[in-house]
Design a protein around this ligand. Structure first.
Ligand code: PLP
Length: 368
């Protein structure tokens, strides 16, 4: 169609859907492909949202977000931040879109980890910016010197996700401190994707914000921590000028995040999710022990709910096609990377599905 803008052709449709097409005729597949929690929103939080609706809290909130959630955030994780440094967003995706919009001119560069969450790259394509990948193979560590060498006069921002989708990697304080030094040296902005911060299994999680607060926009939300993926609530907190630019664009696009969900999200901040996180740590151990026991090569994921595993043979796509033929759904690494040498398993699934998945993979290990 001649009417479409060039950005349509520049942006690729999500590859995950292609695998679902391939899998469409499987009866009852073992599904380790879905990047969302396998538990539901806790009932008391559903009640908060339902009560808000019944109490007439159904109109717009101010663009920057409603009072309840803003006050909670400014009194807890963003203590010391000014009112003009916080925006309630349509979850992290909404925050990322607004941040790209506020930071990137056509031709500007944004540093993106490889492997990456697909949206990081496709948003760059949408805005005609250039994604520049910093390689984290084979163990998903960030090498600050490598990042330093990639910075050019066009570099505006860098994305840091810890814990990461798709690798599950958690960056150490030393890695983040070194990276923060590069960020400050070049005066670029960090987009810290903190969406998996509840899912850190091996001790306290460090955030890059601690090391370069004036250069960090923290993006987080409730989709993964409280299973509210369909509720679309999150936040962006950081440098006032950037947050205000994003607020301006939110005013002319999303308008505000959904009001009843913002109110329930305010209550979610004090809601104890640690039981689920303990369960997920066991799932991490189950999949890691199972895969290494079956001879697979992978770095132990420290967080999120993904394992990014080297294929025993073939490309990621070839290997995943064979997985699908054997009733296991997972995603080729090439969807998350400029290489296609791995595959992603999401262990946000019942333990039984994880065990079945590992058994299928054990059978495929030496198939070629
Ligand atoms: N960032 C990462 C790394 C993700 O994995 C996801 C969802 O899968 C998102 C952001 C988007 O989450 P939200 O529901 O907050 O838009």
């Amino acid at each position: 169609m001649k009417n479409l803008a060039d950005r349509v052709a520049r942006t690729e449709a999500s590859g995950i859907r292609k695998i679902f097409d391939l899998a469409a005729n499987l009866e009852n597949p073992v599904n380790l492909s879905i990047g969302q929690p396998d538990f539901d929103v806790p009932d008391p939080l559903k009640d908060e949202a339902a009560n808000a609706m019944r109490n007439g809290r159904n109109a717009y909130t101010p663009t920057q977000g409603g009072r309840e959630l803003r006050e909670k955030l400014l009194a807890s994780r963003f203590k010391g931040y000014g009112e003009n440094q916080l925006l309630i967003t349509g979850a992290v995706s909404g925050g990322l879109l607004l941040a790209y919009m506020a930071l990137l001119n056509p031709g500007d560069e944004i540093l993106i980890p490889d492997p990456y969450f697909v949206m990081y790259k496709q948003l760059a394509m949408m805005f005609d910016a250039k994604p520049v990948f910093y390689d984290t193979y084979p163990d998903w560590k960030v090498d600050a010197a490598k990042v330093d060498a990639l910075v050019t006069p066009r570099t505006k921002a860098i994305i840091v996700g810890s814990p990461s989708n798709p690798t599950g990697a958690v960056h150490s304080p030393e890695e983040l401190r070194a990276l923060a030094a590069v960020v400050k040296k070049h005066d670029i902005i960090v987009l810290a994707d903190d969406i998996y911060e509840y899912y850190a299994y091996d001790g306290p999680l460090a955030g890059i914000r601690e090391f370069c607060p004036d250069h960090t926009l923290s993006l987080g939300g409730f989709s993964k921590s409280h299973a509210m993926t369909g509720w679309r609530v999150g936040w962006a907190a950081g440098p006032a000028e950037l947050v205000q630019a994003m607020t301006k664009f939110q005013q002319f696009s999303f308008v505000c995040a959904p009001t009843p969900m913002q109110i329930a999200a305010a209550a979610a901040i004090d809601f104890d999710m640690s039981g689920h996180m303990r369960e997920y740590k066991k799932k991490r151990d189950l999949i890691y022990d199972g895969l290494t026991g079956a001879g697979y090569e992978l770095t132990k994921p420290g967080g999120a709910f993904y394992a990014f595993v080297k294929t025993p043979w073939g490309t990621g796509t070839e290997f995943v096609e064979e997985c699908v033929r054997n009733n296991l759904l997972c995603i080729p690494g090439g969807f998350f990377s400029e290489r296609d040498t791995h595959f992603r398993l999401a262990y946000s699934a019942p333990d039984d599905a994880i065990r079945k998945g590992v058994a299928i993979l054990a059978g495929l290990r030496n198939k070629k």
